[in-house]
Design a protein around this ligand. Structure first.
Ligand SMILES: [Zn+2]
Ligand SMILES: [Zn+2]
Length: 384
């Protein structure tokens, strides 16, 4: 039997696990994280590579299947043949029928980008048919801040491309001076009915009027700048206030800062994803911060006062005498701010045992050894 073209296409498809960079034992959480990371990197705002759109489709499809336990099971058992069903990838992205084994792209994107579909993803083929006033599309972007900025809060300037009300016609779509009249093509109904001959008799099809895009009204003379859409592309700088205590992967929603609505609809929202740069020597764990410090044997044995960095400066702390490697000194309320009050700063202590010593240090250590050796040796397990 001659293999069909379709069969060959399927055979050439990459493994879904490989696409997401995970292995077969990945949990749902792993899958979600992997997709999220890749989707961020491939976002058209950050990635100008023309191949990123294809890659985005690929990871979305892989995610759509692997995140659904039923589809994943079929895929594990039968490979691509098990889940492709009647849908090719192209069908899926053309927005055909998302039931059955297809993957609902809009659903995936809505879950990940909080409704930020369309807009910058417009190129990915989710544009809906226009009719009447529509809410502007939601947009999504990301901002990177330092750990210090996450602690104190900050105002960051974002640069975004979005649709704004046309500066020439003010959003009406009509050339200044021209009026908006009832659409001559559809008579104001916004729909066009066509009667088509078929083997079963005449059939009536109803489509949205292409002259007025379903509004029923149309400018006598369309605006020369926006060609009647009422919106134009603009690059805009927006200040965004980052509240103190914000963490990686959180989102800020800026209401009404997305694309302008079409034909008088409200503006969409702007979702700002937060990225926190790793700090050179402080680690964050929830609302706590962690610093690792090394002390010497004498400091551990005798106790000492040392200076350690905290998120907004330095603190002098007391290392008690008898401190062991692995001990944690907790500075209450010196961590990150959070909804539940400020977290703690944890100083993880390591005691450095000297290897190379000066002659004098060695003499002193030998002196100390004699003293220790005269003590009776304890037997047993000493871990505490
Ligand atoms: Zn205009
Ligand atoms: Zn019309």
């Amino acid at each position: 039997m001659r293999p069909s073209t379709r069969g060959m296409l399927l055979a050439a498809k990459r493994d879904y696990y490989e696409i997401l960079g995970i292995d077969k034992s990945a949990t749902q959480d792993d899958i979600k994280k992997a997709f999220r990371k890749l989707a961020f990197d491939l976002h058209p705002d950050r990635n100008k590579d023309p191949a990123s759109e294809e890659k985005f489709k690929e990871i979305s499809e892989a995610y759509g299947v692997l995140s659904d336990p039923e589809k994943r099971q079929k895929y594990d058992a039968y490979g691509h043949a098990g889940i492709s069903g009647a849908y090719s990838q192209e069908d899926i992205f053309r927005g055909a029928d998302f039931s059955g084994f297809g993957v609902d792209m809009e659903d995936i994107l809505r879950n990940f980008f909080g409704g930020a579909i369309g807009g910058n993803f417009g190129g990915f083929g989710f544009q809906r048919q226009r009719s009447g006033p529509q809410k502007g599309r939601d947009l999504e972007t990301a901002v990177e801040i330092t750990l210090e900025q996450a602690a104190t809060g900050a105002t960051m300037e974002l640069s975004i491309n979005r649709l704004e009300k046309c500066s020439r016609c003010g959003g009406s779509g009509a050339e200044p001076g021209a009026s908006v009249v009832t659409c001559p093509k559809c008579g104001g109904t916004g729909q066009i009915q066509r009667s088509v001959a078929s083997p079963f008799g005449r059939m009536i099809t109803v489509t949205t009027c292409d002259r007025c895009q379903g509004r029923g009204r149309t400018p006598e003379k369309p605006c020369t700048k926006c060609r009647g859409d009422g919106v134009e592309e603009a690059r805009r700088k927006i200040d965004v206030k980052i509240p103190p205590g914000i963490d990686e992967d959180m989102y800020l929603t800026l209401r009404g800062q997305g694309d302008a609505g079409i034909y008088g609809g409200p503006s969409g929202d702007l979702f700002v994803g937060i990225r926190v740069k790793p700090h050179p020597y402080l680690l964050r764990k929830g609302s706590d911060t962690i610093y690792e410090v090394e002390i010497n044997v004498a400091q551990a044995a005798l106790g000492a006062e040392i200076t350690v960095p905290v998120i907004n400066g330095e603190e002098i702390i007391k290392v008690p005498s008898g401190t062991q490697s692995g001990d944690i000194i907790r500075l209450k309320g010196k961590g990150m701010p959070s909804r539940y009050g400020r977290g703690d700063h944890l100083v993880h202590v390591t005691v450095r045992i000297p290897g190379k010593m000066s002659k004098h240090q060695r003499e002193l250590m030998e002196e100390l050894a004699k003293e220790f050796n005269s003590e009776p040796q304890k037997r047993g397990f000493f871990r505490h």
